[in-house]
Design a protein around this ligand. Structure first.
Ligand code: 2AM
Ligand code: CA
Ligand code: CA
Ligand code: CA
Length: 255
């Protein structure tokens, strides 16, 4: 395991360098709509990581956001799950507040997770039974704060359309935050900065964060307590045990 962790860290470092040196030469295209973007850098980083994984473990399966690898029939065996750039819109417009995410699952069980905030040089990583780290330092387990004691991360569409009564839930918190980057929202829970995150996510958006959150005793699931499927985009809830239970109670079923 230790050897694999070292390999993954070196791939991520190299990928981060590639991103930093390619921000001047972006080719941007639309996917499903004008705010759903992909760039040449997303594709290049995905291809770079896939090549590294294949030469390290030719047997491993790969699930990754951009074209070519975004479907798997099952999670049997070792599966690497990649989001080459999480927060592409932030990457294009802000040049920051994005991350690279990579997770390792063994037959559906999350083993390792990596969330790399490239521009801040912060790598959140760890895994089942090994703890959670920010760069070289072990992170303390976040306190089990309630909804009224902390900040709530939300997806802007869900909040804007008041889906599932999310605005009333937000009003019970200390305040609402929308980072536009699922990885950094989940890292905010790991740091104890946010108490929960409500969103609509694909497997590569939550795979890495989930491993780290679970290691810290945080709770994650589909919006109404269903297990995450890892095979489609779905509503998502993660939080401290206390905030998770309160939010689950307050969510309105009818959307
Ligand atoms: P992405 O940048 O990798 O696509 C904010 O929109 C967050 O939701 C980002 O982490 C974004 O990841 C994710 N997201 C997932 N599916 C999305 C979609 N269809 N359109 C926009 N954002 C999406
Ligand atoms: Ca995307
Ligand atoms: Ca993403
Ligand atoms: Ca992405």
């Amino acid at each position: 395991m230790e050897q694999m962790i070292d390999h993954i860290k070196s791939w991520l470092e190299e990928a981060g360098e590639k991103i930093k040196s390619s921000q001047q030469t972006l080719t941007i295209s639309q996917k499903s709509n004008r705010t759903d973007l992909v760039t040449n850098v997303d594709r290049n980083i995905q291809n770079f990581l896939i090549e590294k994984i294949h030469s390290y473990d030719p047997e491993a399966k790969i699930l990754a956001e951009e074209e070519g690898c975004n479907k798997l029939s099952d999670l049997d065996g070792r599966v690497f799950i990649i989001d080459p750039i999480d927060g592409t819109l932030n990457f294009v417009i802000e040049g920051e507040n994005f991350c690279i995410m990579l997770a390792v699952y063994e037959s559906g069980v999350g083993k390792l997770g990596f969330i790399y905030d490239v521009m801040r040089n912060e790598l959140f990583w760890g895994g089942k039974g090994i703890g959670v780290y920010k760069n070289d330092k072990p992170m303390p387990r976040p306190a089990n704060k309630s909804l009224s004691e902390g900040l709530l991360g939300v997806n802007s569409y869900l909040f804007g359309h008041n889906k599932y009564g999310i605005r009333e839930i937000a009003e019970s918190s200390m305040g609402t935050r929308m980072y536009g980057c699922a990885g950094l929202e989940l890292a905010a829970i790991l740091k104890g900065n946010h108490i929960a995150y409500i969103s609509n996510l694909s497997p590569w958006d939550y795979a890495a964060g989930n491993v780290l959150l679970e290691e810290f005793g945080m709770v994650t699931s589909g919006l109404f307590g269903t297990p995450l499927t890892f095979d489609r985009r779905e509503y998502y809830l993660a939080g401290t045990p206390c905030a998770y239970a309160e939010i689950a109670d307050l969510l309105k079923k009818e959307g």
